[in-house]
Design a protein around this ligand. Structure first.
Ligand code: NAD
Length: 542
């Protein structure tokens, strides 16, 4: 840990620019070529040992769909059972390890990632998840380093905060982990989130069954190797690849199940919550449930908005990483006069975005994650082509010749509650609704009530009164609310992340709230002057 800010929080990992001629660009592209020319064997890892199974599947780069870059060993029932046993067996020693030693392992992991592991984890994220250099760097390097360091900071803060003691009583609060194992189930789109879901409970002393997304298996494999090199003891995090339903079935039926750390779609999260609810009499304790889910994130522009900043935020917010961020802008509300001024420019900039292989540094968008995602977009494009309420302003096509490419797309909808304004497509589509300049109050109502989600949102305005009204009226419309900024790109320690409504439990990953969920504190009172008689002054006779 190099730099500590005045508030005691570790500084954020600087984003390496990877500019032309830089060492980091050369190293990254060499590593990418090396990984892309190899078929990596990615086993499950249980109790520190590689486990090869009979349920293999392949990882193919979404932008080069004919290539195979990994063979992954998916868990079977007995693999999951072994992972649960390993997690339970490792608990005693892991909890007994001093807090400072546990934290040192994750600090070491952060240092390794900041240095020798950076290019490897970035390259595996680019290859397996089709991220550009910039998108990989802010995710699999910087955000993950920040999670590891800043989780430690909050854990140390919590552990140090003690209740009041008196002359007669010495009181302590032990930052005790949960009384069982934690199941971490992860999405495909962020290597950092996938690593944080097992790491945050682990540093608190819990042991974990970790199920990354099938689509993120390559970078998850290298994350596990990195943690091993950092000194994580065997059995603390047990990696099981593959079918989430199968893993959940075994884990959620086990009486020792103590917590779920989930990020992914609201549909899967609801189904897991329901299963936990129906099995509630099975468990030895009431499990902790933390889940961060989808979004239908908005950009709302006021007539006073700065046009240049707005267009840039729309392009970056909607199209970076192909719109596959839970925070991606997918609905925009624009006043009529501003729309008339910026429409052509928005369309031109969108059409000019470079789309292709992420190995080419000039690429702005790679491919969407898989064939299913491409078909979902194709279906929508077919529907809107025949829909009188929607106009395709830019994009609206797919191309699967080399990979799963979806053109960045701008739609304009006359219906503010059209499915393109309400449903999370998880791809590069931004739907615009144009409102009358004078209808600020009405549009605030619309933004708040249109989507079931409440993850991120941005308001663009120079008029302070308009900003104030939006901030008040949209209090529950987004857990991360941005003023004159795009709704993506939350930085750990700076913009604690998470939303409510259908977007999750809002436990703010990378912040103290999240760390608190993995601790079940024990209060210890030592009586320094025990009473020696049962009576009180009030019970004595006059
Ligand atoms: P997903 O819900 O399809 O999958 C998430 C994980 O759940 C995967 O590991 C998958 O294998 C597993 N899974 C699927 N079905 C399951 C079942 N029946 N039982 C148990 N596990 C099961 O999501 P995804 O496509 O990987 O990720 C995209 C979603 O994640 C989007 O909705 C996005 O908004 C959301 N997301 C949210 C945040 C956030 O912080 N709020 C961050 C990233 C992604």
């Amino acid at each position: 840990m190099d730099v500590i800010a005045p508030d005691g929080m570790p500084a954020n990992e600087p984003v390496l620019a990877h500019g032309p001629g830089s060492i980091e660009r050369r190293t990254l592209l060499e590593t990418l070529r090396e990984l892309g020319g190899t078929v990596t064997e990615a086993p499950c890892v249980i109790d520190g040992k590689d486990v090869h199974t009979g349920r293999q599947f392949e990882v193919r780069p979404p932008h080069r769909r004919e290539d195979v870059v990994a063979t992954v060993h998916g868990a079977e029932h007995d693999t999951v059972d072994a992972a649960i046993s390993a997690a339970m067996d490792a608990r005693h020693d892991w909890q007994a390890m001093p807090l400072a030693d546990r934290m040192a392992i994750f600090d070491r992991a952060a240092d390794l990632l900041s240095g020798p592991w950076r290019a490897r984890l970035n390259a595996s994220t680019m290859l397996g998840q089709s991220k550009t250099i910039q998108q990989a760097e802010i995710d699999s390097a910087c955000e993950l380093i920040d999670f590891w360091r800043i989780n430690n900071h909050f854990l140390a803060t919590i552990a140090a905060r003690q209740p009041r003691s008196t002359e007669s009583a010495q009181n302590e609060l032990e930052a005790r982990p949960l009384d069982g194992f934690v199941l971490a189930i992860c999405p495909f789109n962020f290597t950092s989130i996938a690593a944080n879901l097992p790491s945050a409970p682990a540093v608190c002393g819990n042991t974990i069954v970790w199920k990354p997304s099938e689509k993120q298996a390559l970078s998850a494999h290298f994350t596990m190797r990195l943690l091993h090199q950092a000194g994580l003891p065997d059995g603390v995090i047990n990696l099981v690849h593959g079918d989430g339903g199968l893993v959940a079935e075994r884990c959620l039926a086990d009486p020792a199940f103590a917590g779920l750390h989930f990020t992914g779609s609201a549909t899967v999260f609801r189904s897991l919550w329901q299963r936990i609810g129906s099995g509630i009499t099975t468990y030895r304790q009431f499990p902790r449930i933390v889940g961060e889910t989808g979004g239908k994130d908005f950009i709302l522009a006021h007539p006073s908005a700065d046009e240049d900043a707005l267009v840039t935020a729309m392009i970056r917010g909607a199209f970076e990483y192909q719109g596959q961020k839970c925070s991606a802008a997918s609905r925009a509300y624009l006043p009529r006069t501003l729309w008339a001024r910026l429409r052509d420019r928005l369309i031109d900039e969108t059409r000019g975005l470079a789309i292709g292989d992420v190995a080419d540094p000039t690429t702005f968008l790679g491919a969407v994650i898989d064939e299913r995602a491409l078909r979902r977009h194709q279906d929508l494009f077919d529907r809107v082509a025949a829909d009188a309420d929607v106009t395709v302003m830019a994009g609206g096509t797919t191309d699967e010749s080399d990979g799963w490419f979806v053109e960045p797309t701008i739609l304009a909808s006359d219906d503010p509650r059209h499915e393109t304004m309400t449903t999370e497509w998880f791809g590069p589509i931004l739907t615009c609704f144009v409102y009358e300049d004078s209808a600020w109050e009405e549009v605030l109502e619309l933004v708040d009530t249109t989507s079931p989600y409440a993850l991120t949102g941005a308001v663009f305005a120079e008029d302070e009164e308009a900003i104030g009204r939006a901030r008040a009226r949209l209090r529950f419309s987004a857990g991360n609310f941005y003023i004159n900024d795009k709704p993506t790109g939350a930085v750990v320690g700076q913009q604690p992340f998470g939303g409510s409504r259908a977007s999750g439990t809002n436990d703010k990953a990378g912040w103290e709230n999240n760390i608190q969920r993995w601790i079940s504190p024990r209060t210890v009172k030592r009586n320094l002057a025990p009473p020696t008689h049962h009576g009180y002054p009030s019970t004595e006779p006059d």
